[in-house]
Design a protein around this ligand. Structure first.
Ligand SMILES: NC(=O)CC[C@H](N)C(=O)O
Length: 246
């Protein structure tokens, strides 16, 4: 299996994504935003950062990068596309996911470890989790407040497309107390085809216990398993995180 991490001017989590994937044994390339092809990749990641300095709105300019035409075609063909934080913002700006990420309610940049609850596992990105599992994954953003109109929210809900919600330490959705003001505490959503996932938390920063959590690994391991790149056989390369998650 081969993965591509797209580099925009201002991306700053690209190396972390490459490291997280490489440590799971995935051959991972950087692809420059001016390139025009993602042919041959099994996974494409739009990483976090400050593409184009967040000028106008986060992701608003990156969506016009030359690579995005290829990324859209790649996604339309059903391939796996993951957008993390600024990557999620780019996916919304590009129309690959509905809604928008707007300024945090506090108007402050928020950088902290955050609990999120897995709401749905019928997708390639979280299928190794248990529904209701709580993952502790860092967030770091100034524009992470997910917003969508009522019809979109209803559709997301009905189609089980809300994959992650911010929760407190007791596992309850925290609504008005969530870290950025996201409607319905939404931290991550998937497209209708269930192959494009955007999330504000940074799983690539939670792949090593020495960094405070390795709960993010299960997202990458789910992707690998759904692509047949790791075995689900108990005796073989069993996912390392699924055992400990609550
Ligand atoms: N960590 C990130 O990707 C940051 C995203 C974006 N620049 C924001 O502040 O909202």
């Amino acid at each position: 299996m081969k993965a591509a991490v797209i580099r925009f001017p201002g991306s700053n989590c690209d190396q972390d994504c490459v490291l997280a994937l490489s440590e799971l044994g995935v051959k991972t390339d950087y692809v420059w935003h001016k390139d025009t092809s993602v042919a041959g990749y099994d996974l494409v990641v739009l990483p976090g950062g400050f593409s184009y300095g967040d000028y106008l709105r986060c992701g608003a300019i990156a969506r016009f990068s030359p690579i995005m035409k290829a990324v859209k075609e790649y996604a339309a063909a059903g391939n796996l596309l993951l957008g993390i934080c600024n990557g999620f913002q780019i996916l919304c700006e590009a129309g690959l996911l509905p809604g928008a990420l707007i300024r945090n309610r506090s108007l402050h940049f928020v950088c902290q470890h955050q609990n999120v609850r897995v709401e749905d596992i019928s997708n390639p990105f979280l299928h190794l989790c248990r529904t209701g599992a709580r993952l502790r994954i860092p967030i770091a953003h100034g524009e992470g407040s997910y917003s969508a109109d009522a019809a979109t929210l209803l559709q997301l809900e009905r189609q089980n497309r809300i994959l992650l919600r911010y929760v407190n330490n007791n596992g309850a959705a925290i609504d008005l107390a969530n870290p950025n003001g996201s409607v319905e505490s939404i931290a991550g959503i998937i497209n209708e085809g269930r192959n494009v996932f955007g999330l504000m938390p940074h799983p690539e920063r939670a792949c090593d216990r020495r960094l405070g959590s390795d709960d993010g690994r299960i997202i990458f391991e789910s992707i690998l398993a759904s692509l047949g790149a790791i075995s689900l056989d108990e005796d073989a390369a069993a996912p390392t995180t699924s055992r400990s998650l609550t």
